[in-house]
Design a protein around this ligand. Structure first.
Ligand code: AVW
Length: 256
């Protein structure tokens, strides 16, 4: 799947309009379904319709995450126990890693995450139009159209988590478990000990520099989760993950 083609389509039609966003979303939806047998029960027209209902005609700074409930419920998504990979401040490396292997799945490898990844959208009060430019940025207001979507989709992804769960965190920054991240504010809070056996943190480090698994922020993470859930953390040099990225045949278990 060439994301580049899809994205350039969005850019070339930045004067917007409902029609081009709709086409982008339906095209990405269909491409994903074609490449993922398990999602064939999904209907891309229905997904578009539930999606646009969340924000069209609304102030783009006043779309709560609950506005996306109908969209989340429209999508049929099989849980993938033992393969779910959460991440925070590691977006590039984590997706380079999952791109060529099936052993781990991030939110962006699921139907909704894949469709919306890289897109910007919003509506306007008293308008039935859809915009892809001039929308509020991530931190311009709390309840903005795009951020609320990612909050809601992340909540659903975490609700579905089961078995052994992995989280790839950034050991090159001062606070790998950032208290304002989606991982900390939404996902970890929804981990259910009844369904999840263990949480394994992969702390990506730059050649044994930076944060270690003893870091206070990771102790905070350990305190957040249910004690019934097994916790472990492993510092893994970035070079080792890079090696696995360039050698997609390496067994997943051998990467950390
Ligand atoms: P992140 P999270 N301005 O790396 O734990 C613009 O912090 O939050 O990881 N865009 C932003 C901003 C900002 N200030 N903050 C975050 N973003 C966007 C879903 C940006 O696209 C998955 F399941 C950034 O790359 C992961 O487990 C992305 O949000 C978890 O949530 C992630 O921010 C990752 O979220």
């Amino acid at each position: 799947i060439s994301l580049g083609v899809v994205n350039s389509h969005v850019l070339s039609s930045s004067s917007t309009s409902s029609e081009s966003l709709k086409k982008t979303i339906i095209d990405k939806c269909e491409a994903f379904i074609q490449n993922n047998k398990s999602s064939s029960a999904n209907n891309c027209q229905k997904i578009w319709s539930a999606f646009q209902q969340a924000f069209v005609g609304r102030d783009p700074c006043n779309v709560p995450m609950e506005a996306y409930d109908p969209l989340i419920h429209t999508v049929i998504q099989d849980p993938v126990c033992n393969r779910m990979l959460f991440w925070s401040k590691t977006k590039k490396i984590v997706h380079d890693f999952t791109e060529k292997r099936d052993c781990f799945l991030t939110l962006e490898d699921t139907l909704l995450g894949f469709i919306m990844n890289g897109l910007t959208w919003c509506g306007k009060e008293e308008s039935n139009e859809t915009f892809t430019t001039g929308c509020p940025g991530w931190t311009d207001c709390v309840n903005n159209t795009v951020r609320s979507f990612w909050n809601r989709a992340s909540a659903a992804f975490a609700d579905a988590a089961c078995g052994d769960v992995t989280a790839m965190l950034n050991g090159s920054i001062a606070t790998p478990f950032s208290p304002t991240s989606i991982f900390a504010t939404i996902e970890v809070k929804r981990f259910k000990a009844a369904k999840i056996k263990s949480l394994s943190v992969v702390l990506v480090t730059k050649e044994n520099k930076g944060t270690t698994c003893d870091d206070p922020s990771l102790q905070d993470l350990q305190k957040e989760i249910d004690p019934k859930l097994k916790y472990n953390c492993k510092a893994v040099p970035e070079s080792k993950i890079q090696y696995c990225i360039s050698h997609p045949d390496t067994a997943c278990g051998a990467c950390w």
